[in-house]
Design a protein around this ligand. Structure first.
Ligand code: SF4
Length: 346
C-alpha cells in the first residue's frame, strides 16, 4: 500500500502541485498551505474555506500531524513552560517555551531519544527511538502557539536529539519555518546545536542559510571531552572546532560554543585558559551553562564562585561570554527529564 503523504512536511511548491494532482486549482493549494503554516490549525476540519470533498480526499490520502499535550509544567519563577507531547505513534517529545524580554523562544526536540550518549544528559538514557519528521518538529512550535495564544520569535533546536543525526529533516524544517508563504521566521532567529557531527556541520555551512550554529563543546581538550561525550571518539575536538571556523568563513555567522560547567570536572582556571587557546582566532560567543544535576548521573553543578571565576578568566582573554540564565529551575529543568520520568513511571 502506498504510504500516505505527510502534508505538513511538504514545501509550498509541493503542496500546490499536490493540490493540482488531486484535481484542484492552484489557489486551493495556497489556501491549504496557509491553513497549516499561517493560521496554524490542528485539523482539516478547521479549514472552513476548503470544499468538503477536497478535505475528505486529503484525509484519505495524507497524514495531518498534530501533537497531543500530555503534560505542561509552568515555572512560577519565570513563566517557563515545559511541555510533554505525544506523537501519533504514542512516542513522546519535550519542548520548552522560554519568555525573554526580546520575545518568546522555543526549544524543540529533533528526535525521540538520542544515541549520542553524552554523560550529563537525561535525553540519551533510553537511547534513540526514531527521527522526528519536519512536521513533528514544526508541530511543537505550532502547538505551543495554540496553547498560549502567543507568537514565538526564536527557535533553538537544542531539545532532545542530535539535529545533525536527522539532517535532511532538519533542513526541511528550517525551510518550512522560514518560508515567506508560511510562518516566515527570520533564519537569524534560529539556532541549531550539535554535539559535533563534523561532516554535517560542514555540510550545513554550504546550505546558504543564515542560522546560528552552536557546538556543545563542554570541555577544553580532547581527553576531558571524551569523558563527557562519546562522539569525540569519532570526531576529535579540534575537527569539531575547525568545522565551526569553517562555518563562520562560509556564512559570516558568529558561532556559539556551549560549555556546561560540571563541578570539579571542567570548571578550573586551567580549563578556562585551555578553552581560550582552543577557540583562539574564532569569531565566537561562549555560553556557559551551569549543568542541571540529573539523578541518574553523579555530576554536580559548579559553585557560583567557580562559575564567576571561569567567566572572568575567559573575559580577560577577550572572549565574548555569557552565563546562561537558568530557566524554569523549579520544574523538571534539564532536557529529557520530563520524558524520562514519564517513561519510568509508565
Ligand atoms: S546532549 Fe544532545 S546530543 Fe548529547 S545525548 Fe543529550 S540530546 Fe543527545
Amino acid at each position: 500500500m502506498e504510504e500516505k503523504r505527510d502534508i505538513k512536511s511538504l514545501s509550498y511548491e509541493e503542496v500546490l502541485t499536490f493540490a493540482e494532482e488531486l484535481g484542484e486549482k492552484k489557489f486551493r493549494g495556497k489556501q491549504l498551505y496557509e491553513w497549516m503554516h499561517v493560521h496554524n490549525v490542528a485539523s482539516y476540519d478547521e479549514m472552513t474555506n476548503l470544499p468538503k470533498k477536497f478535505r475528505e480526499v486529503l484525509k484519505e490520502q495524507t497524514t495531518y500531524t498534530a501533537l497531543e499535550q500530555i503534560d505542561c509544567q509552568i515555572s512560577r519563577e519565570d513563566g517557563t513552560r515545559k511541555y510533554l507531547f505525544a506523537l501519533a505513534d504514542g512516542n513522546m517529545v519535550e519542548s520548552v517555551l522560554m519568555r525573554y524580554h526580546h520575545g518568546n523562544s522555543v526549544c524543540v526536540s529533533s528526535q525521540v531519544g538520542c544515541r549520542m550518549g553524552c554523560r550529563f544528559c537525561a535525553s540519551t538514557l533510553d537511547g534513540l527511538v526514531r527521527n522526528l519528521t519536519p512536521s513533528e518538529i514544526l508541530d511543537q512550535i505550532y502547538a505551543i502557539e495554540r496553547d498560549t495564544g502567543e507568537k514565538v520569535s526564536n527557535i533553538v533546536v537544542m531539545g532532545t536529539g542530535e539535529p545533525m543525526d536527522n539532517y535532511d529533516n532538519l533542513i526541511r524544517f528550517i525551510h518550512l519555518l522560514t518560508d515567506k508563504h508560511g510562518k516566515n521566521l527570520s533564519q537569524r532567529n534560529i539556532t541549531v546545536s550539535t554535539c559535533g557531527i563534523v561532516p554535517n556541520m560542514r555540510r550545513l555551512a554550504e546550505e546558504g542559510l543564515q542560522i546560528t550554529l552552536a557546538l556543545s563543546l563542554h570541555a577544553p581538550n580532547q581527553k576531558k571531552r571524551l569523558e563527557l561525550m562519546p562522539v569525540a571518539n569519532k570526531y576529535d575536538i579540534h575537527e569539531a572546532v575547525d568545522a565551526c571556523r569553517y562555518y563562520f568563513e562560509k556564512t559570516g555567522r558568529r558561532v556559539t560554543f556551549e560549555y556546561s560547567l560540571v563541578g570539579g570536572v571542567n570548571d578550573s582556571e586551567e580549563d578556562a585558559a585551555e578553552l581560550c587557546a582552543l577557540t583562539e582566532g574564532i569569531n565566537c560567543h561562549i555560553n556557559l551553562i551551569p549543568v542541571n544535576p540529573i539523578k541518574e548521573r553523579d555530576y554536580v553543578q559548579s559553585g557560583k564562585r567557580a562559575i564567576e571565576t571561569f567567566k572572568n578568566k575567559l573575559e580577560i582573554y577577550g572572549k565574548n561570554v555569557t552565563i546562561r540564565r537558568e530557566m524554569g529551575r523549579d520544574i523538571d529543568g534539564a532536557c529529557g527529564q520530563l520524558r524520562h520520568r514519564h517513561i519510568s513511571e509508565t
